[in-house]
Write a protein that binds this ligand. Structure first.
Ligand SMILES: Cc1cc2nc3c(=O)[nH]c(=O)nc-3n(C[C@H](O)[C@H](O)[C@H](O)COP(=O)(O)OP(=O)(O)OC[C@H]3O[C@@H](n4cnc5c(N)ncnc54)[C@H](O)[C@@H]3O)c2cc1C
Length: 263
């Protein structure tokens, strides 16, 4: 099975204090530590496990700058066979539709049986996977937390639905799936693995190579415009509980009892 996994370089929330930048248009990006989007890492692990069972290749692709090469190499050290970097000044400022347009162009350069994205990334839009599927006219399932191969034409997939319930579906290949965390346990990537792929060539494609008009992507193609970023003011009645976990739990139980939420 030929599998394409879309991966994004994002600020690592376990390593950074995230704050809003002075101009209110973005987060403060100076000195941030970046890593691969957590959901995408699960997607790559799942793709590697599928190829271990069914044969084939895993290709990881990202839309980003030179810095994004580092996450492609990390995922290749994990076991992905190939990496592709999509880089062009024209891609900067792309909205979700722009990113999906770029990914569609590279997906159509080869024949993939399965395309995986993360369920969401740092901007939290959760739109790229669904848009990519719609643009490619492929079947799509979101929040996938289980994949079984039925045959070379069909997969059985599980989806996490409201209230912790589970849904099972059959889906035709080729298809696009957005992967939920917890679907597997991503393997550890050691420094030896990273060194092994350090000099592997990673092809880079720009708008021209992908046959994309600059007006379809980037700021020029964006139809959604970010106009403000801010931390909401605490509303009346909102209360931040402080202290150790035990102290917070005790205060929360006290509050819930006082307000009739707990008997
Ligand atoms: C006007 C405008 C300007 C913007 N300018 C920038 C900018 O300059 N730089 C910037 O980084 N962002 C920019 N963004 C945000 C960027 O467009 C979003 O990151 C993008 O829409 C994806 O949204 P998300 O992170 O919520 O992804 P989601 O839709 O939540 O992501 C789902 C999945 O899609 C895939 N995916 C998402 N992004 C990528 C990617 N880049 N490469 C490969 N796979 C991907 C991953 O598999 C991911 O798990 C801008 C947005 C707008 C509206």
């Amino acid at each position: 099975m030929e599998i394409l996994v879309c991966v994004k370089r994002v600020p690592d929330t376990s390593e950074n204090e995230i704050s809003v930048a002075g101009d209110g248009k973005d987060i403060q990006r100076d000195d941030l530590v970046y890593s691969v989007n957590e959901w995408d890492n699960y997607a790559v692990e799942e793709a590697i496990q599928i190829v271990d069972r069914a044969g084939g290749n895993v290709t990881v692709v990202t839309v980003g700058g030179d810095d994004s090469e580092e996450i492609l190499r990390r995922e290749m050290a994990m076991g992905a066979n190939n990496g592709i970097l999509l880089k062009d000044d024209a891609f900067e400022g792309s909205d979700g539709k722009g990113i999906a347009t770029i990914l569609k162009a590279v997906a159509q350069k080869s024949k993939y049986d399965l395309i995986l994205t993360g369920a969401q990334a740092d901007a939290g839009a959760a739109q790229v996977g669904g848009m990519l599927a719609a643009m490619m006219d492929l079947p799509y399932a979101s929040l996938v937390n289980k994949i079984e191969i039925i045959d070379d034409k069909k997969l059985k997939i599980g989806r996490e639905i409201e209230g912790g319930n589970q849904e099972m579906n059959e889906i035709n290949l080729p298809c696009v799936l957005s992967i939920q965390t917890g679907i597997n346990e991503p393997r550890y990537v050691g420094i030896r693995g990273i060194r092994k792929v350090a000099s592997v060539e990673i092809p880079t494609y720009g708008a021209g190579d992908l046959g994309l008009a600059a007006s379809a992507v980037g700021v020029a193609g964006a139809k959604v415009k970010k106009i403000d970023y801010f931390v909401p003011v605490l509303g009346d009645g909102a209360e931040m509980l402080e202290g150790s976990n035990e102290e917070i739990i005790a205060k929360l139980i006290e509050l819930l009892k006082a307000k009739g939420g707990l008997k």
